[in-house]
Design a protein around this ligand. Structure first.
Ligand code: NI
Length: 136
């Protein structure tokens, strides 16, 4: 990303939205310009992931599942082997007697990453799944 210089622009928003925004960023210790820059970058990342045109991205797939569901762990491992070119690493955390948390670092084709998330989510015993995405 080229950050040579800055461009100033003005934006029209409802007063309540600005008030809530300023309150939130104040709590976070951000200045308005920095918060707007971060929001614009997140917007672009979402847009690029949504447009899926030959884009590469990085991210984390976070998954909570029931480890007592018969055959689930074998199935999840099998799926991860199929998508091994996309998955850089997997961290497994045994949360309690029943629940496991897995965090998959993903790096590669955006469309394939989304397919991986959908395939994992469909497995019985997968309770929650989130895909956090970034464009480098
Ligand atoms: Ni476990």
């Amino acid at each position: 990303m080229s950050d040579k210089g800055v461009t100033r622009f003005s934006v029209s928003v409802p007063p309540k939205l600005l008030e809530d925004f300023d309150k939130a960023i104040g709590n976070m210790g951000y200045e308005r310009s920095k918060a707007i820059r971060l929001a614009m970058q997140n917007f672009l990342t979402e847009y690029r992931w949504a447009s899926e045109k030959g884009k590469e991205g990085v991210g984390a797939l976070i998954m909570l599942y029931d480890h007592e569901t018969r055959g689930l762990e074998e199935k999840l491992t099998e799926i991860q082997h199929e998508y091994r070119t996309l998955i850089n690493s997997t961290t497994h955390i045994h949360l309690d007697d029943q629940n496991c948390l897995e965090i998959l670092a993903v790096n590669g084709d955006v469309k394939a990453t989304r397919s991986l998330a959908e395939i994992l989510m469909k497995e019985r015993g997968v309770k929650q799944l989130k895909l956090a995405t970034l464009i480098v």
